[in-house]
Write a protein that binds this ligand. Structure first.
Ligand SMILES: Cc1ncc(COP(=O)(O)O)c(C=O)c1O
Length: 435
């Protein structure tokens, strides 16, 4: 499928997708998959930036499937690594009898991450890595409270809901949450002096509540609609945390592994967090994530006495470790950060051109290959995403009111697919705005 473009051969969704949607509506918990007459399509295979559905339609994926497929869907090196490992040993005994491949991945992460004397905890989901980071911060500081940002998304487990800055995700469980998080607004790059104002608010919150032991932030807020803070904000946050002995946890689950033009987004600001959480593009498709802590912080945990205080059945799963090692190798071979840096001005220019031709576009923002285009409201963004799907382009809605459309293609996207993606995007947007 190399270099192939979209190809729509049935109504969207096609008949097989509709059949499978009926199966889901009978058999999957209702809150999971959004099912409508025009959405979703069921994926069957993928290669590079292209995915095919069960009806034989092909789409250009400009979501990289939630930012996972940085080196392309079904990257051959990753597929081979998983298959070889599966044939040899698909499961080890994570914290009891580990595998060689787990040791190799841990050493690789320690060498790669901008974290001092890094020691990692491996887990399966991004949320779990955040929970480990928060548990670690508690151990090292002795303080139970956390400072997080409005609009933040760190996962949806109970532990991560505590620091989730998107109210709708918390609402049904609000009375079970501990109210131990202070939320401060995230800087808005469109407002003058917003970094300084927010940093002042962070300082004030840390002075007011001496029981805050950790600050957690995404270097660029993803789900909130790709909010890029002004230059200097992350550096300021690092300084505040260092001055107050507060643990700085950076959530690079979305931004990590090259997407924003450096291997980790915080490297653009030249800062080193105390704990760096990664997932998604770490493996290119296998559910594996990691909390990478500085040695000093990680050693707040006592050595295991034979019964780990925090672990899980699939910790350091060998297929996940093999996939991650292969994918990191691919990220380096392809030089994903360079691709993202080189594409950045082109994406900016093309999205701004779309903005100039569509007065209802409110904003264009992003970095590297993580961008969003903001429209008037969630209904318009939704029509655009659905219209794009029908044309053969996969996009995702984002933003606190669903008012943004994220554009985050796999960096391996080929030039012809890249050009075509903008044509399809603009055509879908034009119809969505006119409707
Ligand atoms: C920034 C960020 N943090 C955490 C998570 C949660 O990761 P997971 O869905 O693997 O639990 C996500 C997922 O979208 C994310 O984008």
């Amino acid at each position: 499928m190399s270099g192939a473009l979209e190809s729509i051969v049935t109504a969207i969704p096609g008949p097989r997708s509709l059949e499978l949607a009926a199966t889901l509506s009978r058999s999957e918990a209702r809150g999971v998959t959004y099912l409508a007459d025009d959405y979703p399509v069921f994926w069957e295979s993928g290669s590079g930036a292209l995915v095919r559905d069960v009806d034989g339609n092909a789409y250009i994926d400009c979501t990289a499937a939630f930012g996972v497929a940085t080196t392309g869907h079904a990257n051959p090196a990753v597929v081979r690594a998983i298959a070889d490992q599966a044939a040899r040993l698909p499961h080890g005994m994570g914290d009891v009898h580990p595998t060689e491949v787990k040791a190799r991945l841990l050493a690789r992460l320690a060498a790669l991450a901008p974290v001092d004397d890094a020691k990692s905890f491996l887990c399966s989901s991004g949320a779990e890595s955040i929970e480990f980071a928060l548990k670690t911060a508690r151990l090292v500081t002795g303080e139970p409270n956390v400072l997080a940002f409005a609009g933040a998304y760190h996962g949806l487990s109970y532990g991560t809901l505590e620091v989730c800055g998107i109210p709708k995700f918390r609402k049904p469980w609000n009375d079970q949450l501990r109210a131990s998080t202070t939320f401060v607004r995230f800087p808005d790059p469109r407002e003058p002096k917003s970094a300084e104002l927010v940093l002042a608010a962070v300082r004030k919150a840390l002075r007011r509540d001496r029981r805050i032991g950790a600050v957690i932030a995404e270097p660029i807020q993803g789900r909130a609609g790709v909010i890029v803070p002004p230059d200097g904000f992350l550096r300021g946050l690092r300084d505040v945390c260092s001055e107050t002995d507060t643990v700085l946890v950076l959530d690079e689950i979305y931004t990590g592994f090259g997407r924003t033009g450096t291997m980790f987004a915080c490297e653009r600001d030249g800062i080193r967090p105390d704990v760096l959480c990664v997932g998604k593009a770490l493996s290119g498709g296998f559910p594996i994530s990691a909390a990478i802590a500085s040695g000093e912080i990680a050693d707040a945990w006592d050595p295991s006495d034979g019964e780990a205080l925090h672990t899980s059945t699939f910790l350091g799963n060998p297929m996940g470790c093999a996939a991650a090692l292969a994918n990191i190798g691919e990220i380096e071979r392809l030089d994903v950060p360079r691709i993202a840096r080189e594409r950045e001005p082109d994406i900016a220019e093309r999205l701004h051109a779309i903005e100039r031709r569509n007065p209802l576009v409110r904003d264009v923002r992003g970095r590297g290959m993580l961008w969003a285009l903001e429209v008037a409201d969630g209904a318009t963004a939704n029509r655009c995403v659905v219209g794009a799907l029908a044309r053969g382009l996969i996009l995702l809605q984002s933003g606190l009111r669903g008012e943004a459309i994220t554009f985050a293609p796999p960096p391996v996207i080929e030039d012809a697919q890249f050009d075509r993606a903008f044509e399809l995007f603009e055509s879908a947007l034009r119809d969505a705005v006119a409707a």
